[in-house]
Design a protein around this ligand. Structure first.
Ligand SMILES: CC(C)(COP(=O)(O)OP(=O)(O)OC[C@H]1O[C@@H](n2cnc3c(N)ncnc32)[C@H](O)[C@@H]1OP(=O)(O)O)[C@@H](O)C(=O)NCCC(=O)NCCS
Length: 176
């Protein structure tokens, strides 16, 4: 029997990844990447003290996941993927919103990740999420001979945070 869900019945919840999620995560991983990580790769990465894994639970089903590292001054996203059946339904955005909520002026003020030059969909997604490509890393994905784009999202700096219509004041220039 086909059960239709209305938009108001769909609940997306981002929570910590637990061991019981691994089978779903591996399933999404294999559908999302040409060279997917295996179980050992995930376990190895999550053993690092600064590594965090989260999943998106959609009415009890894991439909997306991310792995990120808490680094000095920034958060580096290692993996972020959504099950193909649930793409274009804001699951990816929900994860990026979660990451953005972890930024703050004093500790970590930017998000960074590497995207394959061939993953145009992912590039457009991150651009839509407010990331900019800031560097090309030649041959980063050596096994495939593919370049990577370093994409970055930073908290608005004090200049762009100036109130509407007010020019930012250069407080240093008067001393030069
Ligand atoms: C990239 C990815 C995570 C996006 O997840 P998603 O849940 O489909 O994204 P969302 O629904 O939150 O998209 C939000 C907006 O981003 C943009 N966007 C997302 N995917 C896009 C695509 N393939 N092409 C163009 N724009 C895209 C759209 O503007 C979209 O809004 P819209 O659907 O109203 O037009 C998903 O396609 C994926 O898992 N890809 C394979 C794995 C991967 O490449 N991961 C990134 C590298 S680590």
């Amino acid at each position: 029997m086909l059960i239709m869900e209305t938009a108001s019945e769909v609940k997306l919840h981002v929570r910590w990844m637990i061991k019981a999620d691994l089978a779903s995560v591996l399933g999404i991983e294999s559908k999302s990447f040409d060279r997917p990580w295996c179980e050992e790769d995930f376990c190895d990465r999550l053993r690092f003290r600064n590594a965090i894994g989260m999943v998106v639970d959609r009415n009890g089903t894991v439909c997306g996941y991310m792995i990120y590292m808490l680094d000095r001054g920034k958060i580096v996203v290692e993996k972020l993927a959504v099950h193909p059946d649930f793409r274009r339904q804001n699951v990816g955005k929900k994860m990026v919103d979660k990451l953005k909520s972890k930024l703050n002026e004093n500790r970590r003020r930017k998000l960074e990740l590497l995207v394959r030059e061939t993953s145009v969909g992912a590039q457009l997604f991150f651009k839509e999420m407010g990331f900019r490509a800031i560097e090309v890393i030649r041959g980063h994905f050596e096994d495939e001979g593919v370049d990577a784009y370093l994409m970055c999202h930073e908290l608005a700096d004090t200049f762009s945070a100036a109130p509407d219509g007010e020019m930012p004041r250069n407080r240093i220039r008067i001393y030069l």
